[in-house]
Design a protein around this ligand. Structure first.
Ligand code: HEC
Length: 130
């Protein structure tokens, strides 16, 4: 979506003041989320619960990259809460795909967990500080 200058000026999102490395860390994590979403959707389409679980686990807690100490201190509580809940929900989706074997349930869980993507994207933007 292209923002006009007026819209950009009205940006209501709170800035996260990060250095370039920290920004890189957060954005890499984000691309991992997007890859996992795509992987789950592909596996749902193939009606393959094992592949759903495998794709979802890639964004689970175990896969989350260790957050550098300095970055952890800069992130607001709400951000950390939404972030860790998102990893947990991917884990739950993986476990349920394995135990229930029901891709339509996985799809529902994916739709719900993506509410977290939207909520956090509404709240925060990154601003690089040297
Ligand atoms: C805890 C907060 C949070 C959650 C949860 C979250 N994001 Fe993000 N995401 C961000 C922030 C902050 C940015 C940077 C936005 C900016 O600076 O304009 C971002 C950026 C991104 C980007 C751009 C990456 C790049 O390299 O430029 C993608 C893709 C993305 N998010 C996908 C997702 C997906 C998919 C989910 C859910 C599965 C998700 N995010 C959940 C906070 C979050």
């Amino acid at each position: 979506m292209l923002l006009t200058t007026a819209q950009a000026a009205e940006d209501q999102r709170s800035p996260l003041l990060l250095n370039a490395d920290e920004r890189g860390h957060v954005l890499a994590e984000m691309r991992g989320f997007l890859i996992a979403v795509h992987g789950v959707l592909q596996a749902v389409q193939k009606d393959d619960p094992a592949a759903i679980a495998q794709a979802a686990r890639k964004a689970g807690r175990a896969a989350a990259h260790a957050v550098p100490a300095g970055l952890r201190d800069k992130l607001p509580m709400q951000f950390k809460k939404l972030g860790s809940e998102t990893h947990q929900r991917f884990d739950q989706l993986a476990m349920d795909a394995e135990s229930l074997g029901d891709p339509s349930h996985s799809l529902q869980q994916l739709t719900e967990l993506m509410g977290n993507c939207l909520a956090c994207h509404d709240l925060y933007r990154i601003e690089v500080q040297p």
